[in-house]
Design a protein around this ligand. Structure first.
Ligand code: PLP
Length: 351
């Protein structure tokens, strides 16, 4: 927990001076998370958005970013309400369409920002194909791998240059720590990020790093169980007459199932589904007994939420509707409970 470290002489120390700059527990976490993404480097942050902000500060006024339109609401808010003020420009595209990505790249494009699967519509981007296009135009590719987890998908192996995580979610896994991380194998990017991590200061506490290290020990067990449960929940929802549409990359009718099967080990623990309208969605959410009505995701307990009014409320209604996040949409984060209980809970609330 130390904030400072005794030095043997001025400038003579054992690698640690002050904990914003470096801390042994944070080092242990960074080494562990780098290994999970098979990256040469990892930098840990106090939240996913802290990691994202620090990464974006490597860009300069006038630089252009192309991003997947269905990104986490907080990422959109950071781009649209904060970074635009500093002269960065952004274009939202459906990155599941590789041609659309290529068309939106300009000579000023420095970065293509992806999420796959996306939040909350579980759209899938061919990371390999988009990386090839971006690199041919000299842009770097960043993938927010929060939903997939490094256990299911390793974007650096698919051509991405940088991975970001909200480690608050599956990496922590127990709804008890907020954190973020950036992984890369580029020494040059690591050098710039390390400078900015210290200069900007969005660093995690040693205790948070320790909690994340403890949580990550069961990542594989949790994600396997969550993915198996999610597949069964998605299939059950698809057979329910009250449900208009189910969004899950493992379903046969998902438009990008083959891409998901190629780049992911399993299909993950997130499922979204659409009901008739907002009132029906609200009533269903209020009637769930095992699923807690709460924001966040990726922990051992199952959660349900209403993206339009909760996690994605920071996106203007028009923008939200354009990207397909309707008022009847419910997002589920599937936990490790008995799947028969989860399905019974949903069916009872829907009936
Ligand atoms: C996909 C995704 N990326 C980034 C974030 C932001 O992370 P944090 O809440 O840890 O700042 C979230 C948070 O919900 C998320 O779902």
């Amino acid at each position: 927990m130390a904030t400072t470290f005794a030095q043997q002489g001025v400038g003579k120390h054992q690698g640690f001076e002050y904990s914003r700059t470096g801390n042994p527990t944070r080092n242990a976490l960074e080494e562990c998370l780098a290994a999970l993404e098979d990256a040469k480097h990892c930098l840990a942050f106090s939240s996913g958005l802290g990691a994202e902000t620090t990464l974006m500060l490597l860009l300069n006024p006038g630089d252009h970013v192309v991003y997947m339109e269905d990104v986490y609401g907080g990422t959109f808010r950071l781009f649209d309400k904060v970074l635009k003020r500093f002269g960065l420009t952004f274009s939202a595209v459906d990155a599941a369409d590789v041609d659309a990505v290529e068309k939106s790249i300009t000579p000023k494009t420095r970065m293509v920002w992806l999420e796959s699967p996306t939040n909350p519509l579980l759209r899938v981007v061919d990371i390999d194909a988009v990386s090839e296009v971006a690199h041919s135009h000299g842009a770097m590719v960043c993938v927010d791998n929060t939903f997939a987890t490094p256990y299911l998908q390793q974007p650096l192996h698919l051509g991405a240059d940088v991975v970001v995580h909200s480690s608050t979610k599956y990496i922590g896994g127990h709804s008890d720590v907020v954190g973020g991380a950036i992984m890369t194998s580029s020494d040059e990017l690591e050098k710039q990020l390390r400078f900015h991590q210290n200069a900007v200061g969005a660093v995690p506490s040693p205790f948070d790093c320790w909690l994340l290290l403890r949580g990550v020990k069961t990542l594989a067990l949790r994600v396997e169980r969550q993915s198996m449960n999610a597949m069964e929940v998605a299939s059950a929802l698809q057979g329910n007459t009250a449900v208009k549409r189910v969004f899950y990359p493992g379903l046969e009718n998902h438009p990008n199932r083959s891409v998901a099967a190629r780049q992911m080990r399993m299909f993950g623990g997130m499922v979204s589904f659409e009901l008739a309208d907002e009132a029906t969605a609200f009533r269903t959410l209020e009637r769930l007994r095992i699923f807690a009505l709460a924001e966040s995701l990726g922990a051992v307990e199952s959660l349900a939420e209403h993206p339009a009014r909760m996690t994605h409320a920071s996106i203007p209604a028009q923008e939200r509707q354009r990207s397909g996040v309707g008022d009847g949409l419910i997002r589920l984060s599937i936990g490790v409970e008995d799947v028969a209980d989860l399905i019974a809970d949903l069916e009872s609330a829907l009936s």
